[in-house]
Design a protein around this ligand. Structure first.
Ligand code: GLN
Length: 308
């Protein structure tokens, strides 16, 4: 296993070579045309150390659509501002259902199983909107500060396309609003949520931005975002719910808290040690990057760095 301060480049080079030699990349998300255009042959991976040193391989500086990876950051911001009260409106149990599923909501009084399925993320963004008046703007400010990349932004075409194909998310939001678990007007909330999903960021940006989860809640500038206990809570929910109905398989193969997005990115955390982000747009049928999961699997196998 790698001692602290190890140079991660050799292991990243080896992983990239293994991935390049492995056939089968899955298919890009096709629920909006813009994502369907992505080339499944692309692959990038970055590792960020606690002090902000970043190592990368392949397309690690190429911005891609962060999508559901942003759910980790909105959760952190709401937990930082409103604390435990958040858990009254959203649970912490794996759903075993697809990320955009409506089932369970009716039996559970409009309270989603966890903050990483779309229903739960809509609740979190609703709270962030109430707390800040601009959920997606406060998310972007945070990502820029933590990554050190002031050029990070939204892709307006992706957000518009999400809106045009947003019936499922609109249904989820309206259904929860009927239980009083969404407090902002649903069209406003959806606008914020789709902008949030449309963040364009690279593996380097997202690995750096997730650093507070490896630093037990401490931001890049040394200030405290979360208590140690809250950082642990987020890592735990990532481990159990971060890859939807594949979370058990992801934990089995990778053994790290992780969060995927349908843009093909996955972030992962080695608490106390480093953060990772991998990107390859080809997805499996559960919406997780095929080469991304394979690369993280190789990383923990080769380095021995896992939470187990
Ligand atoms: N924008 C997507 C949606 O809400 C995000 C889903 C995802 O990345 N899993 O459907």
């Amino acid at each position: 296993s790698s001692p602290p301060g190890a140079d991660f480049r050799p292991v990243l080079d080896r992983i990239a070579a293994d991935i390049a030699a492995t056939p089968g990349r899955g298919r890009p998300a096709d629920y909006i045309p813009l994502l369907a255009e992505a080339d499944p042959g692309r692959f990038g991976m970055a590792v960020a150390e606690l002090d902000g040193t970043v190592y990368g391989v392949g397309d690690w500086r190429q911005p891609f659509s962060a999508q559901s990876i942003t759910k980790v950051f909105t959760l952190a911001l709401v937990l930082a501002m409103e604390g435990e009260a958040l858990w009254e409106g959203v649970g912490r149990e794996p759903s075993g259902n697809p990320f955009n599923s409506l089932v369970q909501l009716e039996y559970e009084n409009g309270i989603p199983r966890n903050p990483f399925i779309n229903a739960g993320a809509l609740v979190v963004t609703d709270r962030l909107q109430s707390l800040t008046g601009d959920a997606s703007g406060s998310l972007l400010d945070f990502l820029r500060a933590e990554s050190g990349n002031a050029a990070l932004g939204f892709d307006g075409r992706v957000a518009a396309s999400e809106t045009a194909h947003g019936d499922r998310n609109a249904a989820l939001a309206h259904f929860m609003a009927s239980y009083g678990n969404i407090t902002n007007p649903v069209p406003d909330l959806l606008g914020q949520y789709f902008r949030q999903c449309s963040v364009e960021a690279s593996c380097a940006d997202l690995a750096l931005a997730a650093g507070f989860l490896a630093r037990h809640g401490i931001r890049a500038d040394g200030s405290t975002l979360l208590t140690r206990s809250q950082a642990k809570q987020i890592n735990a929910v990532m481990l159990t719910c971060g890859t939807y109905d594949a979370a058990g398989d992801f934990a089995h193969r990778v053994g790290l808290p992780g969060k995927s997005g349908v843009g093909g990115g996955i972030i992962a955390v080695v608490p106390g040690r480093c953060t990772l982000c991998v990107w390859s747009p080809g997805l499996d049928h559960r919406g997780n990057s095929v080469a991304g999961v394979a690369a993280l699997d190789r990383f923990t196998t080769l380095t021995g760095l896992s939470v187990f």
